[in-house]
Design a protein around this ligand. Structure first.
Ligand code: COA
Length: 375
């Protein structure tokens, strides 16, 4: 078969078919199994969307209750895992500790190497249930606070707040958290999802794939951008400084975090919904500084560069207003994206072929090895 050279970064290349989600950038359109993501965010819980991604259908009441029960029963972390989290260096980034803890989950699962759909579905629920608990346990450890065990009578978002802070915020805050979870859940063949698919395509296991995906997500060109956005907003600090700061950064050719996207060149379909909830959080907290700075940067970026914000731009300040430390923002993204990753892993394995592209060799040609004393 003739080989094909493609653009750097695989831009514009379709590498496989997928039923899970679709982006139509020029229409600012993103659907999960045919449902517009904005509608899912307004009308569904994160658990309903997780069911959709893992099963291909929104649940009815009975299916949702069964799904939630399954997830809630899997929340308990083993004593060994909790002990291991306590061994992590206090200064370690929570994405590093999460990556290690997810890899450890693979050692605890007797079915790690079983790769039939039923086992992988079970493991997907295990990861969905345990990842928020691992992040919260590590958060408390880093603050020198006691571990708070999970509750089984509340949803994923409520339980995450409970395990981090020992209390659950008002329903509006939980809704904003849920909306961010739904918007972050799935996004076609992004870098971390593709990483996960590549890993399982060798018939490796789901825990290895998710460990790799976490490593991919943490980079600042991908999920790590939500942390970078908040650090940037903190650095600016005052709406009165935002205009000059942004123009100066553009002059210096510094990338503005939370702007631009490989696929969305006319705006990110998820941003208006998240912006709305970020504004609600600002009003709830009585702190509109971050949205004021954000609006100024957004106006300048559009005017000067015609570049739009991506989802990380409003989620950064939204998580900050919810009370989370900045270094938790990308791990929080994982709580959500684990649904998309595991949906893609199962889809890949249901019709697998090893992913093995070619490279275009640009090194030296036709050399012969001289004995070492002649080199
Ligand atoms: N700030 C300033 N300029 C930006 C920019 C940003 N955030 N994003 C893109 N650009 C500019 C680039 O400098 C480049 O300009 P040039 O052609 O004059 O050199 C042009 O737009 C194309 O950018 P490029 O980085 O090649 O696009 P890409 O498709 O490879 O990258 C991202 C997409 C997301 C990696 C990129 O936009 C970026 O780094 N954004 C900031 C990080 C971020 O928010 N990541 C989260 C993504 S959801």
């Amino acid at each position: 078969m003739a080989s094909v050279c493609v653009d750097k970064g695989l831009e514009g290349v379709v590498v496989n078919a997928s039923r899970i989600s679709k982006v139509v950038p020029e229409k600012k359109y993103l659907v999960y199994y045919g449902y517009p993501v904005q509608e899912l965010a307004e009308h569904c819980s994160f658990e309903e969307v997780a069911h959709l991604l893992l099963n291909g259908e929104l649940p009815n009441l009975k299916q949702l209750s069964e799904f939630e029960n399954q997830e809630r029963k899997n929340r308990t972390l083993s004593k060994n895992l909790i002990s291991m989290i306590k061994l992590f260096d206090m200064s370690a980034h929570p994405m590093d500790t999460l990556r290690t803890a997810v890899s450890f989950l693979g050692t605890e699962d007797p079915d790690t190497l079983k790769d039939d759909h039923k086992s992988n579905y079970k493991k997907s629920i295990n990861l969905l249930a345990k990842i928020p608990c691992i992040i919260a346990a590590n958060f408390r450890h880093k603050k020198g606070l006691d571990y708070i065990p999970p509750r089984q009578d509340i949803n994923i978002g409520e339980n995450f707040f409970h395990m981090c802070f020992g209390e659950i915020p008002p329903a509006d805050v939980i809704k904003a958290f849920d909306v961010s979870m739904i918007l972050y859940a799935e996004h076609t063949f992004n870098a971390s999802t593709f990483t996960a698919r590549v890993i399982v395509s060798s018939l490796s296991d789901i825990y290895s794939a998710v460990t790799g995906a976490i490593g991919s997500l943490r980079g600042s060109l991908h999920g790590g951008a939500n942390e970078a956005v908040m650090r940037m907003l903190e650095d600016i600090g005052d709406p009165a400084k935002a205009h000059e700061w942004t123009l100066h950064s553009l002059e210096e050719h510094i990338k503005i975090m939370g702007f631009g996207h490989r696929v969305y060149k006319w705006g990110d379909s998820r941003v208006p919904t998240m912006k709305k909830y970020m504004l609600k959080l600002s009003n709830w907290k009585g702190d509109t500084r971050w949205s004021e700075i954000s609006n100024i940067i957004e106006d300048i970026m559009l005017k000067e560069k015609n570049i739009y914000p991506n989802l990380d731009f409003p989620t950064g300040p939204a998580y900050y207003l919810m009370g989370f430390d900045i270094e938790l923002f990308t791990p929080i993204f994982v709580i959500s994206r684990i649904t998309g990753w595991t949906a893609h892993i199962m889809e890949q394995l249901n019709n697998n072929r090893l992913i093995r592209p070619l490279s275009d060799y640009t090194g030296p040609q036709d050399r012969s090895v001289k004995p070492i004393h002649e080199r």
